[in-house]
Design a protein around this ligand. Structure first.
Ligand code: GLC
Length: 567
């Protein structure tokens, strides 16, 4: 059955990381006026929605995911007036704006936390406080063995509050106590305030962590400390999300996409099915493939494993998918899933094809449309990511590593800084991002990889993105078509078919073939019809016709991507 139509299903989303997009005032930090200056570029991609990472007032312990005032704009980014102008300018270009909603936690500098730690009437219960025990030296020991996402214990002793508070992320990001109805209604009011301003939806940060298991039970005492399986998808998650939707989004034509850690396709269905509280969810199952043993490992991922994760979501999810390969928390996609050296261009185009032809709403991250890569870090001091910094500090402290060099390979690959280096606009100083000193290193490859150069490269990555985004908006089958995985076990060729049961459209059957390898590959694809080339990244590829009646034979160049019309 074809899914019901909705604008956010047909949309392509472009993610803007404000610190690193464009700096208009020379302080080295991207800002709202900087984004406005570049909106024509964003619109020229053909994308429909901008997702803006947090721009709220924040001490920036975790780059804006630590919010100290939900209704104010972070000073370095501009003012609320700048923000209003941005919204108008986005709408004037027929695009929409989705804001980040970070309500699992606030900054410890938020007024709520300040009042809570002082025990002010009505505020103590805004956060999660526990007395905890003390050890033989009288030092506080954590109330349970939960670990923070950024490494170490999820508890911090607060002198002023005279007890410990829960922080599933940075110690400057205390978790809100969603059991408290007061906090919920404050949050719903804030959500409404933004929706009333005319925004078009929210990306909801770690939203399936808001309900904590009753009694905050210890995890397995033998593993030290224990992680997300203890506290994700808590007992009241669904109830809180339903309540939030009923109190806020349901009255607006807004899209919602929840970032959900530790979900599988069944749990996701509870959140995003037709009568579920959210429109879409981000899952992490494909992001885990190269780190099955955790953050400190970089494992080889296999294409059949990636296919099987994707195919399960594509065919079994009761709801609408998101399609993404990277974002501000992940390595650059071409460095992780492609080849950022010899086949950078071909593999970046292949990944674009992957993103724009699966079933679900594609989320593109700034810079991927010109094939930006991971950054060559010269030293640990160049890095900014609170997560990577914390992990290295803890590993040094515990003696797991003796010096940074031991950690270097993993940190340089995994650090979220890779995605956060400034957008590369041209080959001028600092890649045209800022006239000042950039807050984070500019990737030295900006002299070759930049928007200005990409604009002049006929048949380059940028024009490939534009054409494919266009094609997707022309062809319903790429949006609403059913998905069928072909050749599930092939080690290097990723092939799938999209079909639409809609007699009125011309193209209702599309084959996608991706050679995810640096070697020329011959493959026989099991489709029983003639195939006319529709789109691809090798211009001399030709139509394929079935030699037998149940397959077509293709010879694919390294990292070649092709779309065939099988209608
Ligand atoms: C999400 C954000 C990430 C942030 C974390 C805590 O995973 O994407 O950047 O550090 O939540 O808010």
């Amino acid at each position: 059955m074809t899914a019901a139509r909705a604008w956010w299903k047909e949309a392509v989303v472009y993610q803007i990381y404000p610190q690193s997009f464009n700096d208009s005032d020379g302080d080295g930090v991207g800002d709202l006026q900087g984004i406005i200056e570049r909106l024509d570029y964003v619109a020229s991609l053909g994308v429909d929605v901008i997702w803006l990472n947090p721009v709220y007032q924040s001490p920036q312990a975790d780059n804006g995911y630590d919010i100290s005032d939900y209704r104010a704009i972070h000073e370095a980014y501009g003012t609320l007036d700048d923000w209003e102008e941005l919204l108008d300018e986005i709408h004037a270009r027929d695009m929409r704006l989705v804001m980040d909603l970070v309500v699992n936690h606030t900054s410890d500098e938020h007024e709520w936390f300040q009042r809570s730690r002082r025990g002010e009437d009505g505020y103590r219960d805004y956060y999660i406080w526990r007395e905890g025990e003390t050890d033989e030296y009288g030092d506080p020991t954590p109330p349970n063995n939960w670990g923070s996402f950024f490494g170490g214990s999820a508890w911090e002793y607060d002198e002023k509050g005279e007890s410990q508070y829960l922080h599933l992320f940075h110690e400057k990001q205390p978790d809100l106590n969603w059991e408290n109805p007061e906090i919920r209604s404050d949050i719903y009011e804030m959500i409404d305030w933004w929706l009333e301003k005319g925004i078009d939806g929210f990306r909801m940060d770690v939203i399936n962590l808001i309900s904590k298991p009753e009694g905050l039970p210890d995890g397995d005492p033998d593993s030290d400390p224990v992680g997300v399986e203890q506290f994700a998808n808590g007992p009241r998650t669904q109830e809180f999300l339903n309540e939030m939707a009923a109190e806020t989004f349901d009255d607006y034509d807004a899209m919602t996409v929840g970032e959900c850690v530790a979900i599988d396709v069944d749990i996701a269905g509870d959140y995003v099915s037709a009568d579920g509280p959210l429109d879409m969810a981000f899952h992490f199952q494909h992001m885990q493939l190269d780190q099955q043993d955790g953050w400190w490992s970089i494992e080889d991922w296999s294409l059949p494993d990636l296919k099987s994760v994707m195919a399960e979501w594509q065919t079994d999810l009761d709801g609408w998918n998101t399609v993404y390969l990277g974002n501000h928390d992940q390595p650059r996609i071409v460095s992780r899933f492609g080849d950022d050296e010899e086949y950078r261009e071909a593999s970046a185009k292949l990944l674009a094809t992957f993103l724009l032809t699966h079933q679900g709403t594609p989320f593109l991250f700034q810079g991927d449309e010109i094939g930006m890569t991971n950054c060559p870090w010269a030293s640990f001091e160049e890095m900014r990511d609170a997560d990577a910094k914390n992990r290295v500090a803890l590993a040094l402290e515990s003696g797991d590593i003796e010096d940074y060099d031991e950690a270097r390979e993993v940190v340089e690959f995994r650090s979220r800084d890779n995605a956060r280096t400034p957008m590369q606009w041209d080959d001028s100083h600092n890649a045209g991002f800022t006239d000042g000193d950039p807050w984070i290193k500019v990737n030295p490859n900006y002299e070759d990889i930049n928007v200005a150069a990409a604009e002049t490269a006929e048949d380059g990555i940028l024009s490939y993105y534009r054409e494919l985004i266009d094609l997707r908006s022309d062809l319903d089958v790429l949006v609403y078509g059913e998905y069928e995985l072909l050749l599930p076990d092939h080690e290097t060729v990723y092939a799938y078919r999209r079909t639409l049961d809609e007699p009125s459209v011309d193209v209702d059957d599309v084959l996608v073939v991706l050679n995810v390898s640096p070697t020329e590959t011959g493959v026989s694809v099991p489709v029983d019809t003639d195939a006319a080339l529709l789109f691809g990244n090798e211009l001399d590829a030709s139509d394929a016709s079935s030699e037998s009646h149940d397959s077509i034979d293709l010879d694919l160049q390294p990292y070649e991507a092709r779309l065939y019309d099988l209608s």
